[in-house]
Ligand binder design. Structure first.
Ligand SMILES: Nc1ncnc2c1ncn2[C@@H]1O[C@H](COP(=O)(O)OP(=O)(O)OP(=O)(O)O)[C@@H](O)[C@H]1O
Length: 377
């Protein structure tokens, strides 16, 4: 298990040209401002967040390519970095496999040579025999489905095949942990989608433990065992994909992952697992909030568009409101309606069999367990 504790990385930033700078001009900016998480064996753990939130810096700190300012990183009890004890193992002492955005396969080598090379350059004491190397290379090429390409020049592979080769090269040394930084971002959209499933299949079949960095929420939701959503150098929430999507802990997470309707309100009563909230447009009931509020607390309600149930007739359901369809957009497999209620717009996403023209009065409802309470700081 990998453990990351209170990890911080700051860069000194100074304005102007170096020769004219005074030490007092320098300001500290934290790319990573105190991050904690654990990655269990066999997990694909994703660091997800917008550009500049500190994902790559966190990953590079784990890899040993960056020296953190503070914190501790350990793997199965072995300390890799600890600012307090002044421990900082070099990247090659950490034994991780790495695949980065620019997958940089060696173009002058064959596919097989690209994979055997990391084994051939191992110190003599650790290096497997020629026979074992050939065996391991054949095995790993088979697992990434490149077995029949072994003797081909590495440059004569498609983008997706080159990506799988980069993965094979990282896998062949049987690392305890794989570090993957946006490995699919150079591929076209269609291939990227196929490769998500490929990578996931490989990770499961080989029971790999991996940390995966991406800014693509769909990629994270499809592939991850668990996700850490990062924002401005901090972790906002850690959870399974479904949990992150259905139970966002903060407004940032709710906005970053998918689309959501937000309503501000105030808690009026808490009855067991149910919380009643007054909003400018009426009362709503939310069920089973992750953190129990008390009456009087201001809260933010988050409702996913696909959880808004639209109907031409009033059905007497809980959380049922009346509004008017303002726009309707057909998106092929789904249809979106924007419904106006007072000065608020609520987005609904439905099966295309339901299509209600603008101007129609509609009744919409949401079941209490689909209303998420987001704490307001
Ligand atoms: N060497 C450096 N010197 C100064 N600032 C840096 C350095 N490297 C990164 N940063 C800053 O640290 C912050 C985090 O960068 P990082 O690359 O970790 O973000 P990221 O989430 O991986 O972004 P992206 O998805 O764009 O790669 C950014 O504001 C970046 O500008």
């Amino acid at each position: 298990m990998l453990t990351v504790e209170s990890l911080k990385k700051s860069y000194d930033e100074a304005p102007g040209r170096p020769a004219r700078r005074k030490k007092s001009d320098t300001t500290r900016t934290y790319a990573v401002g105190g991050v904690d998480f654990e990655v269990n064996d066999g997990e694909l753990f994703t660091l997800l967040g917008p550009s500049g939130c500190g994902k790559t810096t966190t990953l590079r700190s784990i890899a040993g390519l960056e020296r953190p300012t503070e914190g501790k990183v350990s793997l199965g009890g072995r300390v890799l970095f600890d600012s307090a004890q002044d421990v900082n193992l070099r990247p090659n002492q950490r034994g991780f496999g790495m695949v980065f955005q620019s997958y940089a396969i060696w173009p002058h080598m064959t596919v097989a040579k690209n994979v055997s090379f990391p084994l051939e350059v191992m110190p003599r004491a650790k290096r497997p025999s020629r026979q074992e190397i050939d065996h391991q290379v054949a095995d790993v090429l088979e697992s990434v489905e490149l077995g029949s390409y072994a003797q081909r020049s590495a440059t004569k592979l498609s983008g997706g095949q080159q990506q799988r080769l980069a993965l094979a090269r990282a896998l062949v040394t049987r690392p305890e942990l794989m570090l993957l930084d946006e490995p699919l971002s150079n591929l076209d959209a269609k291939l990227r989608e196929t490769m998500r499933f490929e990578l996931k299949r490989l990770q499961r079949e080989l029971n790999l433990t991996a940390i995966y960095v991406t800014h693509d929420q769909a990629e994270a939701l499809v592939m991850s065992s668990r996700i850490a959503v990062m924002n401005e150098g901090r972790v906002e929430q850690i959870g399974k994909p479904r949990e992150i999507y259905t139970r966002p802990a903060t407004r940032f997470v709710a906005e970053f992952i998918g689309t959501s309707n937000f309503l501000e309100g105030k808690v009026v009563a808490v009855n067991g697992d149910e919380v009643e909230v007054d909003t400018p447009h009426g009362r709503l009931v939310a069920a089973d909030p992750p953190r129990k509020p008390v009456a009087g607390d201001p809260v933010l309600l988050s409702i996913r568009p696909e959880c808004v149930d639209l109907s031409r007739e009033r059905r007497g359901l809980p959380n049922e409101w009346t509004g008017t369809v303002r726009t309707r957009a057909f998106l092929g497999d789904v249809v979106d309606h924007i419904v106006r209620i007072g000065d608020t717009e609520i987005r609904n996403r439905s099966n295309p069999t339901l299509s209600i023209p603008p101007g129609t009065e509609v009744h919409f409802s949401v079941t209490p367990d689909k209303v998420t309470l987001v704490p307001v700081d």
